[in-house]
Design a binder for this molecule. Sequence first.
Ligand SMILES: O=P(O)(O)O[C@H]1O[C@H](CO)[C@@H](O)[C@H]1O
Ligand SMILES: O=c1cc[nH]c(=O)[nH]1
Length: 245
Amino acid sequence: MTETAWYIGCAKEDVGESALLTGDRARIDRIAAHLKEPRILAENRGLRTVTGLRGGMRVTATAFGMGGPIAAIVLHELFDLGVRRFIRVGTAMAMPPAGLGDMLLADGALAHDGTSRTYAPAGYPAVADFDLGAALRAALVKRALPWRAGLFGTYDGFYTESFALSAGEAVVIDKVREEVRRLGLIATDMETATLLTAGRVLGARVASLCLGTVDGLSQAKLDADALAAREADMFEIALDALAAG
Ligand SMILES: O=P(O)(O)O[C@H]1O[C@H](CO)[C@@H](O)[C@H]1O
Ligand SMILES: O=c1cc[nH]c(=O)[nH]1
């Protein structure tokens, strides 16, 4: 009997050597449109996976939902199945000088999450793979799109550390925001540091490219048309980088 990974439900022969990791499961079908001969694989708990071809190379894309714990489970299972290169493609809150609609490339990230600490002690650097980062930079430069590279911050608490729904929450979140600005972080999300850390410790090469969909100061959101257009660019850039790097 073929052995399948516990949560993502895929077997070794289902996956490629490289993978895109993203939050929203609906993105998997949209990523499939950028691949040749895409095959949607098992879906369990909303963890949807597709494998297809890009320039002759087999590429897998899996959606993890939201948050570091489940993102690490997905990366860990794909690693166990033989995947060795990962690019997170997702959305993030952009902090000035980065702005709404910018492509945001993580050189590394502040690991303010809990899951990173289960892979490595505090102080362990969450750093992107150099070659994948260089390939992403080259793919970004080729396109006339606004982009920034720098450090991300990864936080577990969406409504407690990132996005305020009330004036009381805004007071607390403003303190996080002050720290983010003081440290010169260009973006915050919920998984980049987790994936960079877990991947590095396991022996995988990991990078993260996100679209700035929320303005860190005003909490304004990128409109749906711009998001759809930029998301397609982000998939192309990540897939080009995997082909090159
Ligand atoms: O767009 P994705 O990949 O889901 O990433 C971001 O979106 C979710 C929160 O808005 C979190 O998962 C965050 O990191
Ligand atoms: O504001 C945002 C947007 C995307 N992802 C986040 O983690 N925060």
